[in-house]
Design a protein around this ligand. Sequence first.
Ligand code: GAP
Length: 516
Amino acid sequence: MAISQEDLFKKIVAHCKEYGFIYQSSEIYDGLSAVYDYGPYGSLLKNNIKEYWWKSMVQLHDNIVGIDAAIFMHPTTWKASGHVDAFNDPLVDNKDSKKRYRADQLIEGYMDKIEAKIKKEVEKAANRFENFDEAMYRSTNPRVVEYQNEINTIDKRMNDAMKNGDMAELKQIIEDLQIACPESGSRNWTDVRQFNLMFNTQLGNISGEEGKLYLRPETAQGIFVNFLNVQKTTRQKVPFGIAQIGKAFRNEIVARQFIFRMREFEQMEMQFFIRPGSEMEWYEYWKNARMQWHLALGTDASKLKFKDHDNLAHYANAAVDIQFEFPFGFKELEGIHSRTDYDLSQHQQFSGKKLQYFDTELNQSYVPYVVETSVGCDRMFLAMMSNAYQEETVPDAQGEDATRTVLKIHPALSPIKCAILPLLKNKEELTKKAKTIYDNLKLAFTCQYDEKDAIGKRYRRQDAIGTPFCVTIDFETLENDTVTIRDRDTLKQERISIKDIEQAVLSKTEMRYLFS
Ligand code: GAP
């Protein structure tokens, strides 16, 4: 029986903990909300995601260089970037339950419920009619059309209120829709007010406002303030990019959905500096390049889509999200933004230092325009896990049906590339031989030696952490230096020579195959 998306998500979260991918931060103290630690396999997978991004951006582009800027920045940075005044979410408290919510998320939750009703109607009709045309049904069935109109009206009202910073209107929408607190069912709400998402702290040697420091809410500003340093020291010519991977911090009001929305997370961002007027051309280029990057991992194309921003930020003249279909629906995975010359111009104004580029071809100086690509590393991790987690029926050692949980992660990103398994643990000839093979192979890629439990159980353990290859050392190995190599996805076992294992594993797990 097919499991619901809600149950699937619960299983993925449980799997992440059980197999050492992700733990709640400070769990022994009952945890810290929306903060997570990566375990042994999680940190390997996360590093592989970062390496894949870094290679595709920095190593493969002559005109993109990387930096590693500090988390703390001069506080004026955040005044210039607009974060001090405008990096807000609309906060509302329920007076009875004392729970805090984002007003826009409460309204979105209401719309999600209507969307669920539409889905139910569509599913019912799809089961009833042969050659069912979903698009036609959605546009002609009176009940579905009515639901859709209701969503559109609410969506427009909410977007207008958000765009105009109209908190009173957001409260009015909540009241008009009679939205209740999900915890208590109470409709006793406070006014909606702006809540700044930046965490702050204090410098040790300066008291008061002057010593106030922020934990960066995005890595991008570390790139903007270093624009001239990097351009001059690397002699890059426009168009060129600066890439960075690093931590960002946001005091999210409601942090839900596991590592989807965290208070401490990691971003992989690239700012591409271009001639004014060429931004739409580069915007299209990066939109497509970034979609290809996601598709190269083997993700089904139907699970990824572009979603244009309804409301453009004041600095952007185009913005799109790459959305992934998580078990809780299509949500933002990555943003591609045409940020004009807003950030560099602001820093130029606030610092009093020129941030211009002299274009020798045009014989002219200008503040470059910027196209940004920004993807959350943790969100990418969750997307990969959601895509990879599968429960399958496979034959066991006796040929009977058995269920296995397998992570079908792209082999190039799998935490462990190859497991080395002696058939029996109490036969020293086998374990000794297996350990020699392991000691050689671990120089080439991540390997794991495992001799505990029956071989079938060990295969299952490797499937559960996404290991693409298992090498088994048996009695025939002692006679002719051959082993069996088992493929995680096809379950096929082949007999190959020990000297060929390294190449067999590398031929499927090297990152270069993601770029071809
Ligand atoms: N510099 C542009 C910027 O920061 P954003 O859309 O706010 O844009 C970019 O964030 C990406 O960072 C998102 O697409 C998402 O993948 C990730 N991200 C943002 N907030 C996050 C959070 N609270 N937890 C995890 N990832 C987050």
